[in-house]
Design a binder for this molecule. Structure first.
Ligand SMILES: Nc1ncnc2c1ncn2[C@@H]1O[C@H](COP(=O)(O)OP(=O)(O)OP(=O)(O)O)[C@@H](O)[C@H]1O
Ligand SMILES: Nc1ccn([C@@H]2O[C@H](COP(=O)(O)O)[C@@H](O)[C@H]2O)c(=O)n1
Length: 196
């Protein structure tokens, strides 16, 4: 049976950083599900049709990490037909052997409600804005406003809103280094693997 790790949380909280590290540590596959929404938004045209016809080339575009792509992703992610079009791909990915780590907004609640480990990673909005601004070499105040807008839209939409699953472990990384966050997550996963 594959081992599934679901990681959710707001924008720039460090989900992807922790997810990549866990996948490397345990030899699991990793899917950044935000990329599916970013590629759908960047493709243009009818969003549901774009989501249904995503190709590996769409996911390899080099402009998907921009603030504009994040904003567009968050808008089309509120459309139920878009979300429906992307569900099966994510669930199939989650069943890869020997295990998979998926990070996003609705992994523990909708995509993989039976995941063996669920993490909800947060950090204060100021810390997240500073980290993302440093990464993109942009202004932290502008990033802060963008993050707040995206978080509000993602948590208030009717379909699959961002929220921690009832059985998720909350990890606030505001005061943690990358190493501390990865160490904490690794210990949680190791405990769950040992208990299986
Ligand atoms: N604990 C940490 N301490 C310092 N910097 C961190 C920490 N965790 C992540 N970062 C940095 O913060 C930025 C955002 O992290 P990351 O891309 O992992 O977030 P994310 O939640 O996956 O973002 P998104 O939702 O936009 O995909 C990156 O530059 C990353 O290196
Ligand atoms: N499972 C998910 C993942 C992402 N989204 C939406 O995509 C936007 C971009 O995601 P990033 O993780 O790359 O920042 C995000 O703001 C969400 O609107 C989603 O809805 N569900």
């Amino acid at each position: 049976m594959p081992f599934t790790i679901a990681i959710d949380g707001p924008a720039a909280s460090g989900k992807g950083t922790v997810a990549r590290a866990l996948a490397a540590q345990f030899g699991f596959h990793h899917l950044d599900t935000g990329l599916l929404y970013r590629a759908t938004g960047a493709k243009g045209g009818d969003p549901a049709a774009a989501a249904r016809s995503l190709t590996p080339e769409d996911l390899a575009r080099d402009d998907l990490r921009s603030a504009e792509a994040g904003e567009a992703a968050s808008r089309i992610a509120a459309i139920p037909e878009v979300r429906t079009a992307l569900v099966q791909f994510q669930r199939d990915f989650a069943r890869k052997e020997p295990g998979a780590v998926l990070d996003g907004r609705d992994i523990g609640t909708v995509i993989c409600p039976d995941a063996e480990v669920k993490l909800f990673i947060t950090a204060s909005d100021l810390v997240r804005a500073r980290r993302r601004a440093a990464e993109l070499n942009t202004d932290a105040q502008i990033v802060l406003e963008q993050l707040r807008g995206r978080d509000a839209r993602d948590s208030q939409r009717a379909d699959a809103p961002m929220r921690p699953a009832d059985d998720a472990v909350l990890l606030d990384t505001s005061e943690m280094s990358v190493e501390q966050a990865v160490e904490t997550a690794t210990a949680l996963v190791q405990t769950a693997i040992n208990a299986r």
